[in-house]
Design a protein around this ligand. Structure first.
Ligand SMILES: [Zn+2]
Ligand SMILES: [Zn+2]
Length: 293
């Protein structure tokens, strides 16, 4: 006996999926993404297999309970037909009463997930834990897309600075630099995680040594020495904002080749510097994405 059971999407159109390999949960919107039934990629471990392997335990339980419910209802109604009352005129008569109710249905609801994404390569809409992952349809990793989205937000912050009072504008510009660096760091770590779990892109020259050793090429080969020196100073500026409230210390002067007379003064971050930093970081991100296997 076979039953076809429909698994309905949640209120927002997503259907839950569970990886048969790592057992982690995610959701996709069927009808978006690649046409036809394509194999499913786990966004977390990139295990790839047919869609039928990705039902969640709750969906399977629900489907089984529907089948059992149907079967037990049919059985009960057949038995009900055999019910009869005892014959009052007979010497000895036995009545049959059928009691019982069909097996209950194991209803479930899909979980809420932190990050929703639309794949820039195939337009699939999906939801995952955390932020980074592979697209369940086309398998493209979303790290570069997330970085670009973050850079767009940072750029918007900078345009807000144009219409703000000088105090707010200063804070927005500084935050924009800090956010741009943090986004690049998150992107780089995620991309290199399986090759070097300890790599940090907040320390740019350290990260450059590591990627040169791992992949045979470093950032200066892609952006040139001038931009490379520029972006390193910007990262040192960010370091000061995060650790000394922007006050120049000896470490900063040594690392940037700055003047001793600047010791104890506050650094000034300009909007143009942040805009240029984002442009340079975008080039570096594309480069990194292309060399990490
Ligand atoms: Zn998985
Ligand atoms: Zn995709």
């Amino acid at each position: 006996m076979e039953y076809a059971i429909k698994i309905s999407p949640d209120g927002e159109g997503y259907i839950g999926r569970e990886c048969p390999q790592c057992e982690k949960y995610f959701k996709i919107k069927f009808g978006t993404g690649l046409p036809g039934e394509v194999p499913c990629h786990c966004p977390y471990c990139n295990y790839t297999g047919p869609q039928s392997e990705f039902w969640t335990k709750q969906q399977i339980k629900y489907a089984q309970s529907i089948a059992l419910h149907e079967l037990s209802s049919q059985l009960l109604s057949q038995l009900k037909r055999m019910e009869r009352k005892p014959d009052p005129h007979a010497m000895l008569s036995i009545g049959i009463t059928v009691k019982g109710s069909p097996t209950p249905i194991a209803y479930y609801s899909e979980e809420t997930l932190e990050h929703r994404a639309t794949c820039s390569a195939c337009t699939l809409e999906y939801a995952i834990y955390g932020a980074f992952g592979y697209c369940p349809d086309c398998g493209t990793h979303n790290s570069l897309q997330i970085l670009r989205d973050n850079f767009r937000i940072v750029t918007t912050m900078l345009t807000l600075a144009d219409t703000s009072s000088s105090d707010i504008a200063k804070k927005l510009t500084e935050n924009a630099l800090e956010d741009a660096v943090a986004s690049f760091d998150g992107f780089g770590r995620e991309l290199c995680r399986k090759h070097d779990p300890k790599i940090s892109f907040q320390n740019l020259s350290g990260a450059n040594d590591r990627i040169s050793r791992l992949f045979g090429r470093g950032f200066p080969s892609c952006i040139g020495q001038g931009e490379w020196s520029f972006i390193q100073v910007q990262f040192q500026n960010r370091h000061l904002l995060a650790h000394t409230m922007g006050v120049i210390d000896e470490d900063y002067i040594r690392k940037t080749g700055g003047k001793g007379g600047d010791l104890g003064r506050s650094i000034m971050i300009t909007k143009d510097e942040v805009v240029k930093s984002i442009a340079v970081l975008e080039q570096m991100a594309d480069f990194l994405f292309s060399i990490v296997p």
